[in-house]
Design a protein around this ligand. Structure first.
Ligand code: NAP
Length: 278
């Protein structure tokens, strides 16, 4: 039996990953969440896991063979990830969810420090560096309510394109990296099949949802309104990277690792639109 801890099991990549892992024979899946009572995936054992409560880590990581680490977007993430891995069995393989071109923010960049904590842990590792997830359009914590409400799509793109990726494709790569040989020490830059401008993204959303969606390029200041501290700094940096075109780079890694092409935004919307309309 291979035991895998999935942190962030309620999240956009953790949820589909847990389903894929649970479908594999001989795999025991621990679904880590700070709210384990809400974890309801067939074959997944709800497991208390919070970055704010290290006292729960020993139980969550006991005897695991692999761990999927959803990077916590907070200033102390490098220290937290390092401390978690110190507690994790030395044989465990670590798959870290990072972000596209994490090294383009310079050697002092926070994203790289999180990756460094994994490299320095002594565990074998694989880094996933995805572009922006299509699931931001269906997540109530991001764009779902404006899209189904006013149809407004504000984004600080600065005219740059984004190669939106379906989080289920990230999960499919993570599944392979967690369970199969040949992924240790690999850095996977992951994108969807094409780079889409903001107006083109809105056009596809309009068609998929069957209602008008109007894109609106906004300044970074507007995009970060209401945030403060580290969250604000990180969001500003993220939009600067969007505007520099970092998230518009298309890679063939999903197909190379999983054997099937990355899903398009049209395909994603085909699956998601009924729920959005409902
Ligand atoms: N979103 C993107 O486009 C994107 C692109 C590239 C990289 N990333 C990186 O990927 C990581 C994950 O980011 P994410 O934005 O996609 O977050 P996410 O995985 O969807 O959610 C993160 C966590 O938020 C908690 N949560 C709180 N309320 C929730 C709710 N109502 N439903 C589900 N989960 C809820 C969950 O943890 P608990 O169960 O413990 O509460 C969940 O695991 C971050 O490091 C981010 O920087 C994201």
């Amino acid at each position: 039996m291979t035991r895998v801890l999935v942190t962030g099991v309620r999240g956009k990549t953790g949820a589909p990953l847990a389903e894929l892992l649970a479908a594999r024979p001989g795999v025991e899946v621990l679904g880590g969440s700070s709210d384990p009572a809400t974890v309801d995936v067939d074959g997944v054992r709800p497991t208390a896991f919070s970055w704010d409560d290290p006292s729960g880590w020993p139980e969550a990581t006991d005897f695991v063979d692999a761990v999927y680490v959803v990077r916590p977007d907070r200033a102390d993430a490098p220290q937290l990830v390092g401390a978690l891995l110190d507690r994790t069995p030395a044989r465990a393989h670590v798959v870290l969810l990072s972000e596209q071109a994490a090294d383009s923010v310079g050697p002092g960049g926070w994203a790289l420090w999180v990756e460094r904590a994994v490299r320095d842990s002594g565990r074998s590792w694989t880094f996933l560096r995805p572009s922006w997830f299509m699931q931001v359009f269906t997540d109530p914590r991001f764009y779902r309510d404006v899209l189904t409400g006013t149809g407004d799509l504000p984004f600080a793109d600065g005219g740059a394109a984004v190669a939106w990726i379906d989080a289920r494709d990230i999960a499919a790569v993570a599944e392979r990296a967690l369970l199969d040989d040949g992924h240790a020490g690999r850095v996977y830059e992951l994108s969807g099949p094409e780079a889409l401008s903001l107006p083109r993204t809105a056009e596809l959303l309009s068609r998929g949802l069957g209602r008008p969606v109007v894109s609106r390029e906004v300044p970074v200041e507007e995009a970060v309104a209401g945030t403060e501290g580290f969250e604000r700094d990180l969001t500003v940096l993220t939009f600067e990277r969007v505007r520099a075109g970092v998230f518009g780079v298309v890679t063939g890694t999903v197909a190379a690792v999983t054997g099937r092409p990355a899903r398009s935004l049209e395909a994603f919307l085909g699956d998601a639109a009924p729920a959005l309309r409902g």
